[in-house]
Write a protein that binds this ligand. Structure first.
Ligand code: ATP
Ligand code: FE
Length: 352
């Protein structure tokens, strides 16, 4: 089977072609991502209207490039997969409209994909992992544990009750006048910092379960920073490095301990996998690797370009859904909210 995937739910416009022949590992024939960082940089966050317009302008080009790189014509595909949510609705609509147009023109099957399912199924695309496995999705917008039991079957074990860790890294960088995105900048400074100088809270570790909280951490960091400034009338590079190290240690501790609990509560998993930009962090990765080792399961971290937003994961998730019989009609709707685990968070009258 060969699927085209389309993605436009956040600030990347993406198209990709993925092929899977039974008995062979899946092949990514193309994976085109056009980022929008420069368009939103001046605003300190993604501006929905700007994102939607840019997606609409670029999605056709993305599809053309993805097909061209794969060396395929539309007629050689078996289906079209598209992120139908969750995300910024104007953005999501760009790829959904494009996918519907292509499906209508070619008669190819259309498969709507949950963006989070795309992330969650990535270890099957990259490592061929078998169900069920435990997934920690940890990015700029998300933080949750999922038991992935099948292409349509997920159990959410818990997640952040406020900010995502990537967001906390970004805000920390902002508070310390480091570059954006904050994750890599904070990690780099932390490497030369003293983790013992500042002790930040480990929120919710005293509470049972896998829920997490990261918003208090940024308040604690702000207070520690202002404490140093008041004392010394300024921040030295070493102060910043020590603050980064303390912050990163707190995030790592929380993610590691909650991962341990999630694995504890999930016997029979074939692996522990991560996805999302924060999984690029070497300290966090090392901690999670150790937790997986203690639980006796392999640790899987897909390559970064497949960990962050992309359309190869959408093509793959669409292909998997298609295999178990899922098809969407041309009435496929874009959904701003779409929880993966319908049992944990029932949809109340939105979409279908
Ligand atoms: P989502 O995909 O959930 O909609 P997103 O597009 O913001 O959100 P990603 O592209 O997966 O998420 O990841 C970006 C986030 O990852 C940013 O917040 C960034 O700071 C963080 N990040 C990237 N590299 C690192 C790193 N080395 N350490 C910590 N965080 C990092
Ligand atoms: Fe994402």
């Amino acid at each position: 089977l060969t699927f085209l995937g389309l993605e436009s739910s956040c600030d990347d416009t993406a198209a990709a072609v993925v092929r899977h022949a039974p008995g062979q590992p899946p092949e990514i024939l193309s994976n085109i991502v056009i980022g929008q960082e420069s368009l939103h940089a001046a605003f300190g966050g993604v501006v929905p209207e700007i994102a939607a317009r840019a997606h609409a302008e670029r999605i056709d080009l993305c599809v053309e490039q993805a097909l061209h790189t794969a060396g395929l014509a539309l007629a050689e595909l078996d289906g079209i997969a598209v992120t139908a949510g969750p995300g910024l609705i104007g953005g999501v609509l760009a790829a959904v409209m494009c996918a519907k147009g292509l499906a209508a023109a070619t008669g190819l099957p259309l498969v709507g994909v949950n963006h989070l399912a795309g992330h969650a199924l990535t270890p099957r695309l990259t490592d061929g992992v078998d169900y069920p496995y435990l997934m920690l999705l940890v990015s700029g917008g998300h933080c949750q544990f999922l038991r992935v039991e099948g292409p349509e079957s997920y159990t959410r074990l818990g997640g952040t009750i406020d900010d995502a860790p990537g967001e906390a890294f970004d805000k920390t960088a902002k508070l310390l006048a480091l570059s954006q995105p904050g994750g890599p900048a904070v990690e780099q400074e932390a490497a030369q910092g003293d983790v013992r100088r500042f002790t930040f809270p480990r929120p919710l570790l005293d509470r049972a379960g896998c829920d997490m909280s990261f918003s208090g951490l940024k308040t604690a960091l702000l207070r520690a920073r202002d404490g140093v400034i008041a004392e010394k009338a300024g921040l030295t590079l070493q102060d910043r490095r020590d603050l980064c190290a303390g912050f990163q240690a707190a995030v790592s501790d929380v993610l590691a301990e909650k991962s341990r609990r999630a694995l504890d509560a999930s016997p029979g998993m074939t692996a522990f996998a991560v996805a999302g930009g924060v999984a690029a962090n070497a300290t966090i990765r090392a901690r999670l690797t150790e937790i997986a080792r203690q639980a006796g399961v392999p640790f899987l971290a897909p390559p970064l370009r497949l960990c962050t937003d992309n359309a190869a994961m959408i093509a793959w998730a669409g292909l998997e859904r298609f295999r178990v019989g899922h098809r969407d009609g041309l009435d496929l709707s874009a959904r701003p909210r779409w929880p993966l685990d319908q049992r944990a968070a029932p949809m109340l009258g939105a979409g279908k």
